[in-house]
Design a protein around this ligand. Structure first.
Ligand code: FA5
Length: 339
């Protein structure tokens, strides 16, 4: 190769480096300065030209080397994106979760009752037949058991306590609480999951109940009614009233169903409540046989109990006309983020 041919190749490489201004530093490094890079190979070829021309070629070769160093420094300062960023725009908020609405309701219900002397307790959600049925005045084969569509657990039955079941209601805590304390006064609020073989727009296989139990000397229906009115005002708002209607439960006598006046229309009757009242669950005076099963003398002690579904109690409070209660447990964020 002649000296002038060599210098011409240097100037061609200079033009190429200018055109490659958009390449990254690593790409420039590899293309020109790697072991097979264009500059490396050209620099080696200087030995092939006439020694008298080498001095002449040295200067442009040095300029090309400096040019490459500058191009690589500039490429190091390239931003990784060509998109224009407006730094004055507000940032994107990270998604923040919240406590599930049913857990919020449980916390609120617990506060309302513990502030008037009730103790929050928890009892097994997989329990013996004895606590769920038999001690509650429902002997084996009693037809009242049919109302609790029960899941039985495949477990060896206990000689005294019978089969194991998924608790169908929080009333299993009644005799357990009597056994725990030994003697009154008893003021229990038991909140737990319950299970029934039911599944439709108003029923879920797993749901929650809260159970109140008060046992002492001289407890009457007036104490029950006063507690219901207190809860109504605290949970649904001032002015909300309670009403009890005769009903039947095996473990209370007399038994009642409980209604609360609709807080949306103050009991006048609206599209949501229709009659001015909402039914929430059951209550009554503890049956003497239940007190006996818990080791208490029914001639000395009396008590009242109530048990309601949390899902129903909560949706009524929010004035939610939820078409399908199962949505609460669907894990659908679009639904849950509303609360
Ligand atoms: C009982 O479970 C009684 N243990 C309540 C009770 C306690 C009465 C103490 C007297 C003294 P009931 O089966 O009606 O009663 O259920 C009470 C409430 O639980 C219902 O009104 C309803 O709100 C809720 N509930 C019952 N089954 C389901 C279900 N599958 N899905 C959602 N909520 C339910």
């Amino acid at each position: 190769m002649t000296g002038s041919e060599y210098i011409q190749q240097i100037s061609q490489l200079q033009q190429a480096v200018k055109k490659d201004a958009a390449l990254s530093a690593a790409e420039l490094q590899q293309k020109y300065l790697g072991s097979n890079g264009a500059f490396t190979l050209l620099a080696k070829q200087i030995t092939e030209i006439d020694p008298s021309d080498r001095k002449l070629a040295g200067r442009p070769l040095n300029e090309l080397k400096n040019m490459l160093a500058e191009a690589i420094t500039a490429a190091c300062n390239h931003t990784t994106t060509d998109t224009w960023i407006d730094l004055s725009l507000p940032g994107e908020k990270p998604a923040v979760g919240h406590v599930h609405p049913i857990s919020q309701a449980m916390a609120e219900i617990t506060n309302i009752f513990t502030s008037i002397g009730f103790t929050r307790v928890r009892y097994p959600e997989v329990d013996w037949d004895w606590y769920v049925f038999e001690s509650l005045n429902m002997p084996p084969d009693h037809p009242a058991r049919d109302e609790w569509e029960t899941f039985f657990v495949d477990h060896k039955p206990d000689k005294k306590k019978g089969q194991m079941v998924l608790t169908t209601h929080t009333s299993n805590g009644q005799v357990r609480e009597m056994e725990r304390l030994g003697k009154p006064p008893i003021r229990m609020i038991n909140i737990a999951r319950c299970y029934r073989r039911q599944q439709d727009v108003t029923h879920t296989q797993m749901f929650h109940q809260f159970e109140g139990l008060v046992v002492d000397k001289g407890i009457t229906i007036q104490h029950l009614k006063g507690t219901l009115d207190y809860f109504a005002e605290q949970f649904y708002g001032p002015g909300t009233k309670s009403r009890i209607r005769p009903f039947h439960f095996q473990f209370t006598e007399p038994s009642f169903e409980v209604d609360f006046s609709c807080h949306l229309c103050a009991g006048k009757g609206c599209r949501f409540c229709k009659s001015g009242w909402h039914e929430v669950g059951g209550c009554g005076m503890v049956h003497p046989n239940v007190l006996k099963a818990g080791g208490l003398n029914p001639d000395v002690y009396t008590g009242f109990a109530f048990g309601w579904g949390i899902e129903r109690t909560y949706t009524l409070k929010e004035g939610l006309a939820i078409d399908d209660i199962r949505l609460l447990y669907s894990g659908d964020l679009q639904f849950l983020e509303q609360f």
